[in-house]
Write a protein that binds this ligand. Structure first.
Ligand code: ATP
Length: 304
């Protein structure tokens, strides 16, 4: 009986391992290739990126045709500039980044990069030119080096280290007994939210895209990590066209333009100061967040 039990137990371990790897692949596709419906047109050319200027022209979109989620939306992000999108939960902010990455096809209107309709170009070339730092970075059950190198197939160890240094995670990695060979992910070392975001930033530095999408995490990191990450992102977005999906207004006061969305529509746009002066929806959101921050710091003082 015992003789039979051991191999069965062993098989159980292998089964779990295989299941885990499949889960990784599914998660990866969940992130990178949510939808297979979007097809390249036969003979579609590669996207020719110059500065990476983005243009949404009268874009409408519905996940389900009975409910329109983006309504006749137009805006542009000039090459090299930073535009932030804000709005309450469910306003349609993340949907904009999914449409730009062409996870989904627009129902109406068009999206252009450097004047080219993204439906007319090869998806691979489109996705190569866009780097995403997502809300929650997926780490593969592999080494930390693999997780960074994933940004650019064929990257060497010195490329990986250079990117890790620029993302300010190199010193942390060096403190680990196995350094870059440390297994991370669900079965390895669990990285903190800030460390995971730094891995995503290092990946994106390696990828070196003309366009950057930063989907800000909903839950705030502690304020020290938050400021450090914001600094790294500002460096990363320098000279790149950047779209920030923002939850905390304090992180986007320097954006060239802020778009305020409500129920799929653009209700205000302008710089932070212009929007405050206007005294509309943005100014109200700003006042609410400032108030919440004050309450949080009051709680902190009382606890101290
Ligand atoms: P949050 O700030 O909470 O992240 P958001 O502004 O980014 O919200 P979106 O994720 O763009 O909002 O969602 C816009 C609307 O589309 C929401 O009403 C949401 O329920 C709906 N939606 C999002 N993803 C899907 C999907 N895959 N299928 C159907 N509806 C979806």
């Amino acid at each position: 009986m015992i003789q039979l039990y051991i191999p069965l137990n062993f098989l159980g371990v292998i089964y779990r391992e295989i299941k885990q790897s499949l889960a990784d692949i599914e998660r990866m596709f969940g992130l990178l290739d949510e939808h297979q419906e979007v097809q390249d047109k036969p003979g579609a050319p590669e996207l020719a990126v110059q500065g990476g200027a983005i243009e949404f022209r009268n874009v409408s979109f519905a996940y389900d045709e009975r409910r329109v989620v983006i309504k006749d939306l137009s805006f542009n992000v000039p090459a090299g500039q930073t535009v932030a999108v804000v709005g309450h939960s469910g306003a349609g902010k993340s949907t904009l980044s999914r449409l730009l990455y062409r996870f989904y096809e627009v129902s109406d209107g068009d999206i252009r990069i450097d004047g080219q309709d993204i439906r007319e170009v090869q998806q691979v070339s489109l996705r190569k030119s866009i780097g995403i730092v997502p809300q929650d970075t997926v780490l593969f059950n592999d080494t930390i080096a693999y997780n960074i190198a994933y940004g650019r197939p064929g990257a060497t160890q010195s490329d990986v280290e250079r990117a890790a240094k620029a993302a300010h995670i190199h010193h942390f990695i060096e403190t680990l007994p196995d350094g870059y060979q440390t297994p991370v992910g669900e079965r390895g070392l669990k990285l903190s939210g800030g460390e995971k975001q730094r891995v995503a930033i290092a990946r994106t530095i390696l990828k070196n895209p003309a366009i950057l999408i930063f989907d800000e995490a909903t839950s705030a990191l502690d304020s020290h990590s938050e400021q450090a990450i914001q600094q790294e992102l500002r460096e990363l977005s320098r000279n790149r066209t950047t779209l920030i999906i923002a939850h905390r207004l304090s992180t986007i006061v320097h954006a060239d333009q802020i778009l305020v969305m409500s129920q799929g529509e653009l209700i205000e746009r302008g710089s932070h100061q212009e929007l405050l002066d206007k005294g509309g929806a943005y100014a109200r959101m700003w006042a609410t967040q400032q108030h919440q921050q004050l309450e949080l710091s009051d709680d902190g003082n009382q606890m101290a």
